[in-house]
Design a protein around this ligand. Structure first.
Ligand SMILES: Cc1cc2nc3c(=O)[nH]c(=O)nc-3n(C[C@H](O)[C@H](O)[C@H](O)COP(=O)(O)OP(=O)(O)OC[C@H]3O[C@@H](n4cnc5c(N)ncnc54)[C@H](O)[C@@H]3O)c2cc1C
Ligand code: FES
Length: 253
């Protein structure tokens, strides 16, 4: 794990109000795996670090995707090139790809695209065929960038692709399923593909296993820490009805 001061080196818009920010953080870029996250410290800014999935790496650059929802994300989007943030990571347990699956389907709802470019690249490097299924409320909210061999779109208003959530647009056979998105979408996905791996959002404090602020209840009755045992879980292992949703509807939408 590294704790770096990382300068902002790039920014681009990828959907309505959603931006990819690139930070130079070579040691993290070299180690991070799909589904892992970094904890971002802003000065001046909120007291606590804010967790973000690593979206993509390009050489020494670590990319994050976000939209302004509060103080931390608002401050991040006000940064100018050269401004530095504290980056702690890589953190958490990412996706475990199955090289024997032949095919992997990435299912993302809204900003649930966050961990998918890395997952697509890792899967292709293993020789897997990658189908990415991406859904959002409306066409303007769909992420304009994707990676893999094929893409399927879904929008709730039918303005692009299948009308409905990303789940409705998944072609069968899906092969190995990896997903990230709003909790109701992940809970529905767990009923259809209990073996899927899902990246789950929780409230987080320290991000390093100390504060117990990120508890995820499992169907076995035990609680785990999303920041260390997660944030990626087997979908069927999570007690979705007992998972406390963050105060908002989900960062992914
Ligand atoms: C493992 C993990 C990975 C994550 N990866 C990403 C990512 O890749 N991209 C990303 O954008 N976010 C991601 N998040 C969520 C991100 O950490 C929060 O959006 C962020 O902490 C919000 O901080 P803030 O200071 O802007 O908002 P706060 O000031 O903490 O919150 C202000 C208000 O906004 C609400 N709020 C907070 N977050 C959201 C949200 N996302 N949508 C709507 N309302 C919200 C709060 O409930 C509160 O009412 C991730 C979270 C976890 C746990
Ligand atoms: S955020 Fe502190 S233990 Fe997970």
């Amino acid at each position: 794990m590294h704790d770096l001061q990382a300068p902002l080196v790039g920014r681009r818009r990828v959907a309505r109000d959603a931006f990819v920010l690139g930070f130079r953080a070579g040691p993290i870029a070299r180690e991070v795996r799909a589904g892992q996250f970094v904890n971002v410290l802003l000065r001046p800014g909120p007291l606590l670090r804010r967790p973000f999935s690593v979206h993509r790496t390009e050489g020494e650059i670590v990319e994050l995707v976000l939209r302004a929802v509060g103080e931390g994300t608002g401050r991040l989007l006000e940064l100018r090139e050269g401004d530095r943030v504290g980056l702690l990571g890589p953190l958490g347990r990412g996706f475990a790809l199955d090289p024997s699956a032949g095919r992997v389907t990435l299912v993302s709802g809204g900003l649930g695209v966050a961990p998918m470019p890395m997952a697509a690249r890792q899967a292709r490097a293993m020789g897997l065929h990658v189908c990415w299924v991406h859904g959002a409320r409306t066409a303007a909210d769909l992420c304009s960038e994707w990676e893999g061999d094929e893409i399927c779109w879904a929008t709730e208003d039918g303005s692009r692709g299948v009308r409905g959530t990303a789940l409705e647009a998944v072609p069968e056979p899906a092969g190995q399923v990896l997903a990230c998105g709003p909790l109701p979408m992940l809970a529905a996905l767990a009923r259809r593909w209990p073996e899927a791996q899902v990246a789950v959002e929780t409230v987080m404090g320290c991000g390093t296993g100390v504060c117990l602020g990120c508890a995820v209840p499992l169907t076995s009755g035990v609680y785990t820490r999303a920041c260390t045992e997660g944030p990626v879980y087997r979908a069927g292992a999570v007690a979705w009805e007992r998972l406390p949703a963050p105060a908002h509807a989900g960062w992914e939408t």
